[in-house]
Design a protein around this ligand. Structure first.
Ligand code: AMP
Length: 282
């Protein structure tokens, strides 16, 4: 496995692979790798001849008051995880290598980014779309792997790929959870033991919603009320948003639900903002 920091070198490697007829799978990450990332990487390794994992804490997707500086970084540990699961290249450029000081191009997906995390984290998805499109151009992957954990990100990236006719297949992988239900996240390391317990309220509230759906509940407002009343019982939790949305358009649903829905939740546990979701087909 190689650790590559230069764009030119990465492009050279990919050119050679393509000449040799190899397919390329790509997993974009911000590092601090855990079993969620690992599931994406293992799938990429099964489905492609060559696998690139990017490790880049992308400054353009963090807001000024967010945790860019505090975000956990351990490149050495990440590389050894990658080495064990069939990665060929870890691509980890510096921000100075990736961004021009007078970078003027934006990639903005409108509509889908006005809601949920997009409305709570202004500019976040512009940063995500810019960095992902730069990586797609550099790495030219046949398939790119994203987690359902970041459901809105998946929807936005798919739309960007469609609208810009990018020649890459987006593969969505299921949410990997701890045995007690907490969705794995690089940010879970911020949680104190007490907060770690409190964080279970996210998956618990989604279970409540899923049970209600399984029992035939079809009213979005009733479902939302059930989620909210579960979360407010946890004193360390502060709700950022809880919504019932159409899984394609991400538009908020209020009355009777039909078709495919997504229930995304974003909750602060202490200072740590956690997200989780379930998708449900009626
Ligand atoms: P991040 O490093 O947080 O930017 O995540 C990189 C990729 O891993 C994204 O596509 C995430 O959706 C995915 N990912 C993060 N956590 C999980 C998880 N618990 N299960 C599945 N995928 C995940």
């Amino acid at each position: 496995m190689m650790l590559v920091k230069s764009i030119k070198e990465m492009q050279g490697i990919v050119k050679k692979w393509k000449k040799e007829g190899h397919s390329v799978g790509f997993v974009p990450t911000m590092g601090a790798l855990h079993e969620g990332h690992q599931s994406l990487i293992e799938r990429a390794a099964r489905e492609n001849d060559r696998v690139v994992v990017s490790i880049f804490v992308n400054p353009t997707q963090f807001g000024p008051t967010e945790d860019f500086d505090a975000y956990p970084r351990d490149l050495e540990k990440d590389c050894s995880l990658c080495q064990g699961v069939g990665v060929h290249v870890v691509f980890s450029p510096d921000a100075k290598e990736l961004y021009f000081p007078d970078q003027s191009t934006m990639v903005h997906v409108s509509g889908l980014t006005d809601v949920l995390c997009g409305s709570k984290r202004p500019g976040h998805f512009d940063g995500v779309c810019l960095v992902v499109s730069k990586f797609f151009n550099i790495i030219q992957p046949d398939k790119a792997y994203f987690g359902q954990k970041d459901a809105q990100q998946v929807t936005v990236i798919k739309r960007m790929v469609r609208d810009l006719n990018l020649d890459v297949e987006i593969v969505v992988c299921p949410i990997v959870r701890e045995s007690d239900g907490l969705a794995r996240s690089s940010r879970n390391v911020y949680l104190s033991p007490e907060e770690r317990q409190a964080a279970l309220v996210l998956s618990r509230s989604l279970e409540v919603a899923k049970n209600a759906l399984n029992n035939g509940e079809r009213n979005a407002s009733v479902l939302k009320a059930a989620l909210l009343s579960c979360i407010v019982q946890e004193p360390l939790a502060e709700i950022d948003y809880v919504e019932i949305v159409d899984s394609e358009s991400l538009q908020v649903l209020k009355g009777k639900i039909a078709n495919s829905i997504l229930i995304p939740v974003a909750v602060f546990i202490g200072k740590t903002r956690l997200i989780d979701n379930i998708a449900y087909k009626i």
